[in-house]
Design a binder for this molecule. Structure first.
Ligand SMILES: C[C@@](CO)(OP(=O)(O)O)[C@H](O)COP(=O)(O)OP(=O)(O)OC[C@H]1O[C@@H](n2ccc(N)nc2=O)[C@H](O)[C@@H]1O
Ligand SMILES: Nc1ncnc2c1ncn2[C@@H]1O[C@H](COP(=O)(O)OP(=O)(O)O)[C@@H](O)[C@H]1O
Length: 314
């Protein structure tokens, strides 16, 4: 099951050789504007990323050899394609460049909670959690900024999770600034389809000319209105709704209770509520055909302390 061949250990297992129950939180794109397109075809975005206290959970155990091994199945994702494994191979190469020799191998167990192709950033969050955990366990010594830069080629959302706080993002999502968004509860509907990101960005009818907003516009709106309602939109939503009817149906249903939006390139749909009781009331009414859940906004990544002070979480 290893991602690459085994070999003799070059470094002993450290006394501190495991990190269990490491959260990989979901993200929402509170709004997502497409402001242009780069020469290489990638789209320029403006978005606010918000983490939720709901997500996958990962466990890491250092091995006596050098192998990077995923010990659990992720349906449809072979081990060598898994963003977690690919991220750790990058980190290991950087470790070898800095320290000489390879770090100990690692067994990785992933409890997959988040739907794939859901716009919740599950694969990206898993990869970010793995990078933060192994930077610590391997004593690789990368700074937060270095880890963010290392991760970007694997996916535009990964640097945000390592940044670890609510962020206003530009570029392809890599130019990040911390921003305040008031705490609230979200109801999230999973329409039961996986939306391929590339298909949405390729669509002819995608609008790519949003007028840029300023971070101050978002902050002022959140302060004066106390929430997102009335600010921005998701420019990918119309295309995803046209191509995937369940997305349109979920937006229409949830829209009866507030301003319902799609996150990322879909398929999941969310609506903000100021209290848990309001979110619970909506959840009781969700038709059985959809999976639905509530989550609270997270101000900081749960591994923030590991990144800042190198304290273990267990
Ligand atoms: C849309 C967002 C919003 O947070 O999230 P998700 O819906 O995936 O969670 C991200 O920008 C997703 O970025 P990333 O994770 O790098 O996208 P990928 O799935 O690798 O991109 C698949 C394809 O979509 C197109 N693509 C992607 C991002 C972008 N800014 N412009 C693009 O044109 C490219 O053709 C790319 O090859
Ligand atoms: N550990 C992982 N978990 C989920 N998806 C992964 C993982 N590694 C690679 N992928 C790939 O990334 C794609 C996007 O998954 P994900 O990040 O969960 O959704 P989204 O980009 O819509 O938020 C999946 O369809 C899958 O092929």
């Amino acid at each position: 099951m290893g991602a690459e061949g085994g070999g003799p250990a070059t470094a002993p297992k450290a006394a501190n050789d495991r990190l269990h129950h490491c959260p990989a939180p979901a993200k929402l794109n509170l709004f997502l504007h497409v402001t242009g397109r780069r020469a290489d075809g990638y789209h320029l975005l403006q978005t606010v990323f918000q983490m939720l206290d709901h997500g996958d959970v990962l466990h890491f155990d250092l091995r006596d050899d050098e192998r990077i091994v995923r010990t659990t199945e992720v349906p449809g994702v072979p081990e060598q394609h898994d963003l977690v494994v690919r991220a750790l191979l990058l980190l290991r190469a950087e470790y070898a460049r800095r320290h000489g020799g390879l770090p100990p191998g690692v067994d990785i167990a992933i409890e997959k909670i988040l739907p794939m192709g859901g716009g919740l950033g599950g694969g990206s969050s898993d990869a970010a959690t793995a990078l933060m955990a192994l930077n610590h366990l391997w004593r690789a010594g990368l700074t937060q900024g270095e880890l963010m830069a290392l991760s970007l080629p694997l996916g535009a959302d990964i640097p945000f999770f390592i940044f670890g706080q609510t962020a206003f993002a530009e570029g392809v999502g890599e130019a990040l600034q911390a921003v305040e968004a008031p705490d609230c509860w979200y109801v999230v509907l999973e329409p039961g389809v996986a939306v391929p990101t590339a298909e949405i960005f390729c669509a002819e009818d995608l609008t790519r000319d949003a007028i840029p907003v300023r971070i101050a516009d978002f902050s002022r709106h959140m302060k004066t209105r106390g929430g997102l309602t009335g600010f921005g939109r998701n420019d990918l939503q119309a295309v995803a709704s046209r191509l995937f009817a369940p997305v349109a149906q979920a937006i229409e249903w949830l829209g009866a209770y507030g301003e319902a939006r799609m996150t990322g390139s879909g398929a999941c749909v969310f609506c903000a509520f100021s209290s848990e009781a309001q979110a619970d009331a909506v959840l009781t009414k969700v038709p059985a055909k959809w999976k639905a859940w509530k989550a609270k906004s997270l101000q900081r990544h749960p591994l923030w302390a590991v990144m800042q002070t190198h304290q273990d979480v267990e």
